[in-house]
Design a protein around this ligand. Structure first.
Ligand code: M6R
Length: 620
């Protein structure tokens, strides 16, 4: 989703902004721009398309200055055009802003500002904020404020924010106020990088890596004033805030492509390591349980819990569904997984013994954050299962479990899924051992979890086979993904991977449900991908395969190594290592991720930056 970068200091501003925008590309965007405050004016360069196009424009029409802001836009209001790209100018050019989020009352404000004589050059909600700021700046000047005085500018910012409804992360330059960058946050993340005589602004930490390790995460309703050698933060109602400087763990090599052609492939291959990271220090063989440090709840409080609600979006919702099954099986804990976008507006009965987990890779997904806040408001302990340290959800949760998977750059989530499933399994083991699970059962699970990094490496050996399957199936336009029990969420995840990066229509279903509707879609042009490793209801899934075969639907099966029977029914079989049923989502996800990757490559799609999608969905 949109990305913001800003800088004030002694370095070459355009280069720094462009590099920051490149690093934010993974979030998903359709246009980019920068604004630099020079000696006399604010110069803007912006363009629909990639950051490289913008860089070319800056090369042919250079800009100079010591302070600047940049933006990658993911269109919400108004088409992808040069005019709609950020930065946006307010009034006669006295202010220039970049914005993430959505101004919900933009229509009313636009009418009011038009009546006041402001001329709109774009269809965006952001331009409303720019003109409104210019309007309030003029008002402050009429009241006696100096145009170049930071206090005058700040008063205008306060007055503007009072009138905005919705969400924003803002970066603001004032033409008359030299060496000053003002930022404001409500609902859209912003982080300030603290250097020596320089400050950075960004919507996530990636542009800061290699420049500084000291960061300050802004909270909602905070305003930051960045000037060389001076950082000032105020809360809109509580006044001055002393900046809490934290240390960034990310290092530059985390985001290198290395030997891989795409981040998605790199992240698929990282999974033996990321699963190991998720398990590290969390297996207690002596007590046959998991060690989970950050829940911030005592054993007594945890034993009081009689229901768990998991809330998430997209792939994280799919891992939540695996979590529901494993928590119920291991801990006998009634568990539901809720779409965060629904939960935030629903009001399901939840007693004070309900524990809520928000599951999120980025920690910034707007719906997940809102659902978590809603549950918090009602007094439930809310915890996070999150990858990005310092993200809004990680900071606002009462506690939680980090994935330690490292930055996930590919828009299609891969390693985060398997890490989330691993962490949810650890949680189920932990709660299970607190309740009904026997010592030998706990011991067995620990042994099986320990083996998982190796099993995942083994699962990756299917790569050549998957490539071959992708070659033969990439021209189909509809796919069904079918699985049962633990493999139903895997079917959903496989279908999501395929549709988001190859733009092929795919549906995930519980295998036996397909008789109740989707089977009508089956013909020679609609392949079914069956996730059918051996397990308790294996023969039932095989019967479902027979039903598809009887209707001449092509079948790809993901099966356990050594299962030769399956080859008699399926047209193609991809083998994965044999593991316990509750661990099958981990090994079965691998071929499905690779299949989506190779089909997308065959169809010429941009696997790391699929159209219309954003890595971190910070709008509702
Ligand atoms: O960062 P989150 O885990 O909260 O993101 C949730 C979804 O937006 C995300 O999983 C999305 O569905 C991915 N593109 C799936 O690959």
């Amino acid at each position: 989703m949109c990305g913001i970068v800003g800088y004030v200091g002694y370095r070459s501003v355009p280069e720094l902004l462009l590099e920051g925008l490149h690093r934010l590309e993974y979030r998903g965007y359709d246009s980019a721009g920068i604004a630099v405050l020079g000696d006399r004016d604010i110069e803007i360069r912006k363009k629909a398309g990639r950051v490289n196009h913008l860089a070319e424009l800056v090369r042919t029409k250079p800009v100079t200055g010591r302070v600047g802001i940049g933006h990658t836009r993911w269109a919400t209001h108004g088409a992808t055009t040069d005019q709609n790209s950020h930065p946006h100018v307010g009034g006669n050019g006295d202010v220039v802003i970049v914005h993430n989020g959505v101004i919900e009352n933009y229509d009313v404000l636009r009418k009011q500002l038009t009546q006041l004589g402001y001329v709109f050059r774009s269809q965006t909600d952001t331009e409303v904020a720019a003109h409104l700021l210019s309007h309030h700046l003029e008002e402050q000047i009429r009241l006696g404020g100096e145009p170049g005085d930071v206090e005058t500018c700040l008063k205008a910012v306060y007055a503007t924010l009072d009138r905005l409804k919705g969400t924003y992360g803002l970066g603001i330059l004032f033409r008359e106020c030299p060496d000053t960058l003002i930022a404001a946050r409500c609902g859209s993340p912003l982080v300030v990088g603290v250097g020596k005589d320089e400050y950075f602004l960004a919507s996530d930490a990636s542009p800061l890596v290699g420049y500084t390790k000291d960061v300050v995460y802004l909270s909602d309703h905070e305003i930051a004033v960045l000037q060389p050698g001076n950082l000032r933060i105020e809360h809109r109602s509580r006044g001055s805030v002393s900046p809490s400087v934290q240390t960034l763990e990310q290092v530059a090599s985390d985001t290198d492509l290395g030997q891989y052609e795409h981040y998605m492939l790199k992240e698929i291959y990282e999974q033996p390591q990321t699963i190991e990271n998720a398990l590290r220090g969390r297996l207690d063989g002596e007590e046959a349980t998991a060690v989970i440090g950050g829940l911030n709840l005592t054993a007594k409080e945890l034993r009081r819990i009689d229901r768990i609600v998991l809330t998430a979006c997209g792939t994280s919702w799919h891992s939540g569904l695996v979590g529901e099954y494993v928590l119920e099986e291991f801990a006998r804990m009634p568990t539901e997984v809720e779409y965060a976008s629904e939960l935030r507006y629903r009001n399901p009965p939840m007693s004070d013994r309900t524990l809520v987990f928000a599951i999120t890779q980025s920690g910034e997904t707007a719906d997940t954050l809102a659902a978590m806040r809603e549950c918090k408001r009602k007094g439930h302990p809310t915890l996070a299962i999150c990858n990005v340290v310092g993200s809004t959800i990680a900071r606002e949760a009462d506690g939680g479990i980090y994935l330690h998977a490292g930055p996930e750059i590919g828009v299609a989530s891969t390693k985060a899924f398997t890490s989330q499933v691993t962490v949810l399994t650890l949680l189920a083991l932990y709660l299970g051992r607190m309740r009904h699970m026997s010592y030998p059962a706990g011991k067995r699970i620990i042994g099986q979890l320990r083996d998982m990094p190796e099993k995942i490496s083994k699962a990756l050996e299917c790569h050549a086979q998957v490539k071959d399957v992708a070659e033969r199936y990439h021209h189909f336009n509809n796919f069904l993904y079918l699985g049962r029990l633990y493999n139903f969420p895997v079917a959903l995840e496989g279908a999501l991977k395929l549709k988001e990066i190859s733009y092929i229509h795919a549906e995930g279903y519980p295998a036996a449900e397909m008789k109740h509707g989707p089977i009508a879609l089956v013909d020679q042009q609609t392949p079914s991908v069956f996730v059918v490793p051996r397990g308790g209801i294996y023969p039932k899934v095989v019967s479902n395969m027979e039903e598809i075969r009887a209707r001449r639907g092509p079948i790809i099966a993901i099966a356990c190594e050594g299962d030769t029977d399956i080859a008699r029914i399926a047209d193609d079989v991809i083998y994965v290592p044999d593991v316990e049923e509750y661990l099958q989502p981990l090994v079965c996800a691998i071929p499905l991720q690779l299949l989506a990757y190779h089909i997308a490559l065959h169809r010429g799609c941009n696997v790391d930056r699929p159209r219309n999608l954003a890595k971190s969905v910070t709008v509702e």
